[in-house]
Design a protein around this ligand. Structure first.
Ligand SMILES: Cc1cc2nc3c(=O)[nH]c(=O)nc-3n(C[C@H](O)[C@H](O)[C@H](O)COP(=O)(O)OP(=O)(O)OC[C@H]3O[C@@H](n4cnc5c(N)ncnc54)[C@H](O)[C@@H]3O)c2cc1C
Length: 405
């Protein structure tokens, strides 16, 4: 065996895992098919990102996140939000990999075989003999097997650009501007979208028209037209567009088979939060635990198949599986709301005590607060939403009950 662990990928999950395994003394090789900056404009709640060690890689940080429900109806989340300083984070992770002796190979992994003592990964022209393979190759993984394909997606189109004048308050970001008066297309208010705004400086802004979750996804063309029309109505002119983000996040990817020899991580392991589309908190929070399990198993000479099984159950504990069922239940409801219902839903959601809604959105919030958030929403929602909730639950009552009790 040349290496204890081979990690496939070059995104946040692969680098987080590589640093964590090398930190545990495991001889780690990273098979990264690209050496390019990360494309997405990652963001998240400051307390959550700080909690997983990303506090040094945030900026800008906004003192509050706003929810716009209508003309003059603006609510405050009362919680700090930040953009992830992705270049700085990526550079720091690569530096740490180098310092810890991670071997980085610029190759695309394409085949893997296993036997009782380890695995052989073929990447480019190389064949590497390793103890364990961690596949962090993203939402369409090269090796990880799953029972099916996702059906519901978050879709968004965003501009990073220079606005004329200073149309945005640089102190606060807008988490969701749920107004939909600009919507005049074939999908209409039945497929609601909202604006997500990160004012990066007086001269730079990131604005994104977002469909929280829909099956099938709201097409990029519709999102682009809505974004342009919304900005026109807001009198926002972008003098220059630096980049355009096209975001498509699978929200209900089936769970991987937790008995397979290749361990998945990040998008590859269906770790995206099914109600928000966030992943970074979960990835950086779990990487050290994953590394500890692998180091312990390989260190004791445990058969690799058993190490893989334990690694999977570190990423997907029983508690995680219960939380996921509850979140997926919520996501199916969200995917069916029209514009009015979505406004009412989020008006109620953010009116709950902060620890309750934050617990629902957290990567690993405790199951009790997820249940509390869901019952509170059920209690306070309109009759129509309540029926949707109940009907959706009735379709899979066993799974829901198992998750909730
Ligand atoms: C536009 C966008 C915006 C997002 N915004 C947020 C956000 O604000 N907050 C948040 O928490 N989450 C966000 N997400 C969700 C999630 O965090 C990202 O999708 C995240 O990039 C997933 O991380 P990952 O490392 O699992 O996969 P990826 O970032 O997709 O990385 C996978 C890597 O594997 C490499 N690779 C693929 N196949 C192979 C192979 N065969 N061999 C070697 N390498 C291979 C790819 O080149 C790529 O570098 C966003 C997603 C998108 C698409």
């Amino acid at each position: 065996v040349q290496h204890d662990v081979a990690i496939v990928g070059a995104g946040p999950a692969a680098l987080a895992a590589a640093v964590a395994t090398a930190d545990r003394g495991l001889r780690t090789v990273l098979l990264a098919d690209q050496d390019a900056p990360w494309a997405p404009n990652y963001g998240g709640w400051v307390d959550e990102l700080e909690g997983v060690g990303l506090g040094g890689y945030l900026g800008p940080i906004w003192s509050d996140a706003l929810l716009v429900l209508g003309e003059g109806d603006v609510r405050s989340a009362g919680r700090r939000y930040a953009r992830v300083a992705k270049r700085r984070l990526r550079a720091a992770l690569l530096e740490r990999c180098a310092a810890l002796g991670v071997e980085v190979r610029p190759v695309r992994a394409h085949e893997v075989t296993h036997d009782a003592t380890g695995s052989t990964v073929r990447a480019g022209d190389d064949a590497l003999r390793v103890g364990l393979v961690i596949d962090a190759s993203g939402h369409k993984p090269v090796f990880v097997r799953r029972a099916g394909e996702p059906t519901a997606f978050q879709a968004a189109v965003g501009f990073l650009g220079r606005p004329a004048g200073q149309p945005f308050d640089a102190e606060r970001m807008t988490f969701m501007d749920l107004r939909t008066d600009h919507v005049d297309d074939e999908l209409g208010p039945a497929a609601p979208t909202f604006l997500y705004t990160m004012p990066l400086s007086p001269q730079r802004v990131f604005v994104e028209e977002t469909s929280l979750v829909r099956a099938p996804a709201v097409p990029f063309g519709v999102l682009l037209r809505r974004l342009r029309e919304r900005l026109r109505r807001m009198d926002v002119v972008l003098d220059e567009v630096e980049s355009t983000e096209m975001c498509l996040i699978p929200m209900d990817t089936p769970l991987p088979d937790l008995d397979q020899r290749v361990v998945g991580f990040g998008g590859a392991a269906s770790m995206v939060h099914p109600a928000s589309g966030y992943l970074l908190g979960r990835v950086f929070g779990t990487a050290p635990e994953l590394a500890a399990t692998v180091a312990d198993g390989l260190g004791r000479g445990t058969p690799p198949a058993e190490v893989a099984r334990r690694a999977w159950r570190t990423i997907w504990t029983d508690e995680d599986l219960r939380r996921r069922e509850l979140h997926l239940f919520g996501t199916r409801i969200l995917a069916g709301l029209d514009a009015d219902e979505q406004r009412r839903f989020f008006s109620g959601f953010f009116a709950m005590p902060r620890d309750v809604w934050a617990g629902y959105l957290a990567a690993r919030g405790d199951v009790a607060s997820v249940v509390r958030a869901m019952s509170s929403m059920l209690w306070h929602s309109s009759t129509r939403i309540r029926w949707k909730l109940l009907l959706s639950g009735a379709r899979r009552p066993g799974a829901l009950l198992r998750a909730a009790v």
